[in-house]
Design a protein around this ligand. Structure first.
Ligand code: 3HC
Length: 372
């Protein structure tokens, strides 16, 4: 496969931080070069992974970027394992927001029952409404028939009681990106569920280890990190800290499960942002700064869609992720990395303060007539 290097100096300039960070993640051992590339292809839809792009750059461009060329991708770390089929039963999902409903749809469409833990009956009903509309769209596009739609809905049940998730193979929390909120949620689940049930976080920017103090020592904990829109994007980052008991078995069960629900798993170390968000979110911040320097929103987006083949412009992507989520992720990563590039750009703070959180509020950098 031939990978095209970025088409212009302007494109390379805005991608520089991402490419440098990718080389850094490989150097730190966060993930293999192949998994870094798979992560960005399947988690962000990039036409080529950053290590592949670095390899395709002319030597003079690489010298200008001042990165050591990392080893060539040599294959993924995730291989077929004997534990396939360890988690074939019901799955718990905690939360009713955009990520939660995408995960519910992805899992339920794979044939597994899903038990959703909602805060209130109203938020549970909202999740079911959003799920129904998404399935309607799949039916109207011929991707699902009416009977299949009903089967998916029949597999999803909602409870407001953490103990209602008893009997699930794994529970995935997808609540607000706030450590206090996540800590309270995993603490409540830990108190309500048998200690053998693994608790997974879908965090954008915390480490699994940041949540460990809030659960009992014997409970398996991990991250199963999905990407927005979760029913569409193929990647799941599987993160099991090495000091979790029986870490290898847990990793194997989780990666097999991710494959069985139709996703591609990669593995990475337990560091803030894992692979995709550690690369993508600071890059989105760079794009916001480029806009702040006077480049119109549409031009910033076109630079990357037309110049680098990205499926969405970075500012449209911030709108999809949510400006509040983007700021929270940047702040969480900035707290542990001394890099001024990661501090949220002022325009992000200003738009959040004005209530423009992205698609979910009808507008962010762009305006939307309707949210999907
Ligand atoms: N919400 C829900 N579903 C959506 C959607 C949205 N905003 N946009 C598209 N879809 C779904 C629909 O089901 C659609 O199928 P349908 O049209 O038959 O209903 C399907 O995706 C394909 O949509 P399109 O035909 O419009 O396809 P596109 O070619 O435009 O692709 C995309 C859409 C897959 C969203 C593509 O633009 C893409 O890959 N964008 C990059 C997304 C990305 O980078 N995500 C990662 C963000 S980081 C993250 O999530 C981590 C978190 O921790 C912050």
């Amino acid at each position: 496969m031939t990978v095209a290097a970025p088409s212009s100096p302007d494109v390379l300039a805005v991608l520089t931080g991402l490419l440098r960070d990718a080389a850094l993640l490989v150097e730190r051992g966060t993930a293999t070069p192949a998994d870094v590339d798979t992560a960005m292809r399947l988690g962000a839809g990039h036409p080529a992974g950053p290590i592949e792009v670095l390899s395709a750059l002319p030597p003079e461009d690489r010298d200008r970027l001042d990165v050591v060329r990392p080893a060539e991708p040599t294959g993924t770390t995730v291989t077929d394992e004997a534990t396939a089929g360890a988690w074939t039963g019901p799955v718990g999902v905690v939360g009713t927001g955009h990520m939660a409903v995408g995960i519910v749809e992805a899992v339920a469409r794979s044939g597994r029952p899903v038990q959703v833990l909602a805060r209130t009956s109203a938020s549970g009903a909202r999740l079911l409404g959003t799920l129904g509309r998404s399935l309607d769209r799949a039916v109207s596009r011929g991707r699902l028939d009416e009977a299949g739609r009903q089967d998916v809905l029949d597999r999803v049940s909602v409870t407001e009681d953490p103990a209602g998730l008893t009997g699930t193979d794994v529970v995935i929390e997808a609540v607000a990106e706030d450590l206090d909120v996540k800590a309270a949620v995993v603490g409540a689940l830990d108190g309500a569920l048998p200690s053998s049930v693994p608790l997974a976080t879908n965090t954008s920017s915390f480490r699994v280890s940041d949540l460990r103090p809030f659960v009992g020592g014997e409970r398996p904990v991990l991250a199963l990190h999905f990407f927005n829109p979760a029913q569409v994007m193929k990647l799941v980052e599987v993160v099991v800290p090495d000091d979790v008991e029986a870490a290898d078995g847990l990793r194997a069960a989780a990666t097999a499960w991710a494959r069985e629900i139709g996703k591609t798993p990669i593995r990475c170390a337990d560091s803030r942002g894992f692979v995709v968000n550690r690369l993508l979110i600071p890059f989105l911040n760079d794009a916001v700064r480029l806009h702040e320097s006077g480049v119109p929103v549409e031009e910033v987006d076109a630079l990357l869609t037309e110049g680098a083949g990205h499926p969405m412009g970075p500012l449209a992507l911030v709108d999809l992720i949510g400006l509040d989520v983007t700021v929270a992720a940047l702040e969480s990563m900035a707290a542990v990395e001394d890099d001024p590039r990661i501090a949220p750009a002022e325009a992000l703070h200003n738009l959040v303060a004005a209530g423009r959180l992205g698609r979910k509020t009808g507008g962010g950098f762009h305006s939307y007539e309707r949210t999907r």
